[in-house]
Design a protein around this ligand. Structure first.
Ligand code: HAM
Length: 416
């Protein structure tokens, strides 16, 4: 039944996939905590204007990819395609300006109506950080270094960091005029997409994948040549900090990013291991966003990474902790085990118990659940206050007092 398939571009997370997903989120949470971030969770949907007014009318996201719908109260809502605009909205709604500088970590599902392929879904997950309220170039570099630390902690190896400056508003306007002036001469030869972009978003032509466009761009004016003194100084500071922290990078003059809110430093960690979807993690500075949304002028910088893309690159198997399986034999043992399970779980142990079956069936279930130990509780043993503990890996078993069981299991499973 096709209606029982997941919607195209969405997937269920379970088994090893969810273990990996949780491991990635936990690692990112730990790394961001080491940079003194606090966690924030914003709603999965917002009023549409939160995104349409901020990401850019000419951006692919706003133009083609948003899941927008009227709700039953006739409000126009959109499933979030990214996290930054919602966090900027939350910053204003909650009056967080009094808490700056703020370092926020977030993660969760995002939604974009894109053509699904490897590393590209319609519901995907991002994790990210936003450092809000600081204009210092140190913040940009801390955000980049946090991102790199995360990739290293996840043992992802084959990546390259690309950075660029798109300057401040003034520099961008100068560049845009020069670029349009140059490209107008080749308009007829540009790809259809680039012809459309020429009037609405000419800077995006720089990262066109069309070969003819790229040939035309060889003679185009350079973004770096349009940067004013302040923009140049800011970018030079970032390069200096990157060198001091020994973070490898290359400057990609054509990196402009697809969202309108960026200014100054933009960056992407890319890989050649994912085919066309080569961006693992991307971000930049967005000093004007909060003000554009009606808040106070608040400089900010951040990044987001696609969790599914990180998962494709993270090749280590994640093991879940192995449970201990309780096997009651007899009526009183059955009842006693319900209580014993509860007690052992309260001590932080991973305890499982099947609800029916003879010894052999329950033992099979224990093995299937990858239990490391089985605790066999018989009616007679119970009278003596004893249980049998069996190591399911080597088959060895021992009798021990039920009172000593929690401590024994704690010692035996501490490295589990
Ligand atoms: P973005 O470049 O649109 O930036 O997305 C960031 C990352 O999300 C991408 O590098 C990619 O790993 C992942 N991603 C994007 N779309 C998909 C998709 N359809 N399927 C799977 N993964 C995807 C932003 O979203 C900005 N909010 C980043 C940012 C934060 N800038 C400043 N702060």
């Amino acid at each position: 039944m096709s209606s029982l398939k997941p919607v195209r571009g969405t997937h269920d997370l379970w088994g090893e996939d969810i273990l990996k997903h949780l491991h990635i989120v936990q690692t990112a949470r730990r790394v961001s905590l080491s940079y003194a971030c606090q966690e924030i969770a914003t709603p999965v949907f917002e009023f549409t204007h939160v995104f349409s007014r901020t990401l850019g009318d000419a951006s692919d996201i706003v133009n083609k990819e948003m899941y927008t719908f009227p709700d039953k109260g006739h409000d126009e809502l959109t499933l979030r395609p990214e996290g930054t605009a919602g966090i900027a909205r939350a910053f204003i709604s909650n009056g967080l300006a009094q808490h700056i500088p703020l370092k926020l970590f977030y993660q969760g599902p995002m939604f974009r109506y894109e053509r699904p392929q490897k590393g590209r879904q319609r519901q995907f997950h991002q994790l990210g950080v936003e450092f809000i309220g600081t204009a210092s170039s140190v913040a940009d570099v801390e955000v980049i270094s946090l991102a790199e630390t995360l990739l290293k902690e996840l043992k992802i190896k084959n990546y390259q960091l690309e950075v660029n400056s798109i300057g401040d508003k003034e520099s961008r306007q100068i560049f845009r005029d020069k670029l349009v002036g140059y490209l107008e001469k080749y308009k007829a030869d540009l790809s259809e997409d680039s012809q459309l972009r020429l009037n609405v978003n000419p800077m995006r032509i720089l990262d066109s994948k069309n070969q003819k466009d790229q040939e035309i761009l060889l003679g185009a004016p350079k973004l770096s040549e349009s940067l004013n003194v302040e923009s140049k100084k800011f970018f030079d500071e970032i390069i200096e900090h990157l060198e001091a922290l020994k973070i490898s990078y290359s400057v990609n003059e054509k990196l402009v990013r697809g969202l309108d809110y960026y200014c100054h430093c933009v960056f992407e960690f890319k890989t050649s291991d994912l085919g066309a979807q080569d961006a693992i993690l991307a971000g930049g500075r967005y000093d004007g966003l909060i003000e554009l949304m009606g808040g106070p002028h608040t400089p900010a910088v951040g990044f987001a990474a696609g969790i599914e893309r990180l998962a494709l690159l993270h090749n280590e198997k994640i093991e879940s902790p192995r449970p201990t399986h309780l096997i009651p034999l007899g009526e009183s043992a059955e009842k006693a085990c319900v209580e014993l399970c509860h007690q052992l779980r309260q001590q932080g142990l991973h305890i499982d118990m099947s609800y029916s079956g003879n010894m052999s069936k329950r033992m099979k279930k224990a093995n299937k659940a990858n239990a490391k130990f089985a605790v066999v509780v018989g009616d007679d043993e119970l009278q003596k206050g004893e249980v049998t503990l069996k190591d399911l890996d080597n088959g060895q078993q021992q009798s021990l007092s039920i009172v000593d069981l929690p401590k024994k299991l704690q010692t035996l499973t501490s490295n589990n």
